[in-house]
Design a protein around this ligand. Structure first.
Ligand code: AMP
Length: 565
């Protein structure tokens, strides 16, 4: 693989790039840089966002521009303010040694007079969003007659955003002799038309398969009823405790509603949509960039051009109306060679659209189940334990507090301590997910106990593998404490910190009363009817702390007493 200097860059620029930490050129850089450095050919680069295309056009541009002339020589058009600022920042980083070079960003939502002042001072390179540049042209504040190079970055996004006329007008103000470089992730008819109208015999280079999604994106979908989409979203978020994600909604109203519901439910979420003014938008983006906000809910238009590193998931609350939008949405993850996950929430009527998108992006989608309640609990518990394991302990400062803490906990064994500690956070999830229904349409695994075991009741019990509970122990406990033998018990599901079991309806009352006040390994046993229909189905063991042994005599009492030891 070549290094940057071998691509024809001057030693100074190659060194600057290396200092930034780019060791080897990306495929688009390797292909585009030598061509663009000639400065005499129109060029079309078909590359997904995140492939390194800013350096692919930026480095040749910096070589070609004459910093000793103050005329505006290069114009880069980009769809959004964020992308424009990103391009300026990259170009400035590359060109630190070019002391006389002025790179000016021109974008809406900030003072136009300040931008005009900077352009008038002499900007060899202007990086602009089309709308604001049109304003400047209208005020005769910018002279495009000296432009030699025009870059249309993310051309498909600019056209999607309705900048076609603005681009036409801007290009008409530049000299016919200019060289045009166009970059686009996709090549719809409208982009082809721009190329045809404004470019002469362009060289076309494709990185990856055009119109194909980034290979690092794992495309998935879940099938749920429309009314269950929000619950399914929460399951997915809870199942991915480390998520840093972007959620797409079709309308501003949906965007706001989903974000508000998430915030109310305690998620670190915010929204980005067209009703926000620039200052509000900046504030949200800053919070998302620095990860104060972990989940950003956005409309397609508002999220265009968002270039935030390490987004782990893109979630689609519905399939976008335009197939191209799907590529733009999912392209916000898996940037700069990282992996990313895209999950579309579709109702049964939308499944056909998944097939269409599969054809467009030429990638098969995987149908994944909406995680079941216990799976979410398990995932959360493990995430919590990892957090405990990895927490930074401030040895010096905590030292003085520890004797009192040890004193408070001195009668607890290590296992007991772990269980209680885990339960503090975990009970919240357990409470929420205890009766969580299966949200999958035609799903395989149903955790609606009553549906699966129609003649019986399904109980939750607060004992599981972590307590050393096995199926045999539970059967024995139910037989001894409740007088309900094995033949009346249905499916038993022993989980980590809790379990479920099914009982014939006629024996149900005996379970609640039989386990009232029972303790297991010193811990009050709590059972609950998962459907919650029975009036008496309450918490046992809460009111009374009676020991199992003191209540029940005989075989089981001895056995549980033994375990307690
Ligand atoms: P871009 O497609 O220009 O937005 O670039 C995506 C990301 O890749 C940015 O964070 C760049 O800093 C990074 N990047 C670009 N080129 C290279 C390279 N040759 N080596 C390592 N990282 C790069």
């Amino acid at each position: 693989m070549k290094n940057f200097q071998a691509l024809g860059l001057s030693a100074g620029l190659a060194e600057a790039v290396q200092l930034i930490g780019f060791e080897t050129p990306t495929p688009i850089q390797e292909k585009a840089i030598p061509l663009l450095l000639t400065g005499n050919r129109d060029f079309i680069g078909l590359a997904q966002t995140g492939t390194g295309k800013t350096a692919a056009f930026g480095l040749p541009l910096l070589e070609l521009v004459d910093e000793n002339s103050s005329a505006s020589q290069a114009l880069v058009l980009a769809p959004t303010r964020e992308l424009s600022l990103q391009i300026v920042s990259d170009l400035e980083n590359f060109s630190e040694k070019f002391k006389k070079l002025n790179i000016v960003a021109v974008y809406g939502g900030a003072s136009i007079s300040e931008q005009i002042r900077k352009v008038k001072r002499g900007a060899q390179v202007i990086v602009a969003t089309p709308g604001r540049l049109i304003d400047m042209i209208g005020r005769k504040a910018v002279n495009l007659s000296t432009i030699q190079y025009v870059v249309l970055d993310e051309a498909d996004e600019m056209l999607n955003m309705g900048f076609k006329e603005d681009i036409d007008e801007i290009l008409s103000k530049t000299p016919d002799t200019k060289i045009t470089w166009l970059f686009s992730a996709t090549m719809p008819r409208e982009v082809r038309a721009i190329a045809k109208n404004y470019m002469a015999d362009p060289v076309e280079i494709t990185v990856g398969d055009k119109n194909t999604g980034n290979a690092n994106i794992d495309h998935n979908y879940v099938v749920v009823q429309e009314r269950d989409k929000y619950s399914a979203l929460k399951r997915i978020l809870d199942f991915n405790p480390d998520i840093f994600g972007l959620i797409f909604c079709r309308t501003r109203i949906d965007t706001q509603r989903v974000a508000e519901m998430l915030m109310k439910d305690g998620y670190n979420a915010d929204s980005l949509h067209g009703d926000l003014n620039q200052a509000q938008r900046d504030k949200v983006m800053m919070k998302f960039r620095n990860r104060t906000v972990k989940i950003l809910v956005a409309t397609d238009v508002a999220a265009r051009g968002i270039d935030v590193e390490s987004i782990t998931h893109v979630i689609h609350m519905n399939i976008p109306d335009e197939m191209e939008f799907y590529t733009h949405r999912s392209g916000r993850t898996a940037r700069a060679g990282k992996k990313g996950v895209s999950i579309a929430l579709v109702n049964p009527k939308e499944v056909g659209k998944i097939r269409q998108i599969e054809k467009t992006v030429k990638t098969p989608f995987t149908r994944m189940p909406v995680p079941a309640g216990p799976e979410v609990c398990q995932k959360q518990l493990l995430a919590l334990m990892k957090k405990v394991h990895d927490v930074q302990v401030n040895e010096e400062e905590i030292e003085a507090f520890l004797p009192a803490v040890y004193q408070e906990l001195k009668d607890l064994t290590k296992n007991e301590l772990i269980k209680r500690f885990a339960s503090i956070e975990f009970n919240r999830f357990l409470d929420y997910y205890r009766n969580a229904p299966d949200l999958n349409v035609n799903g395989q695994q149903s955790d609606r106990g009553a549906e699966r075991y129609s003649t019986g009741d399904r109980y939750f019990i607060n004992l599981g593998k972590m307590d050393g509970l096995e199926k045999g122990d539970l059967l024995e406990m139910l037989d001894d404490c409740c007088g309900v033998g094995k033949k009346h018990i249905g499916k038993i599901d022993i989980k980590g910190a809790y379990s479920f079991f099914e009982v014939e309806k006629e024996k149900s009352e005996a379970i609640i009363s039989g386990l009232q006040g029972v303790e297991y390994e010193g811990r009050p046993v709590r059972v609950e009817l998962t459907e919650g229909r029975r009036e008496n189905a309450g918490r046992s063991g809460r009111q009374s702390n009676r020991n199992h042994n003191s209540k029940k005599q005989g075989k089981a009492g001895q056995r549980f007493a033994g375990k307690r030891g």
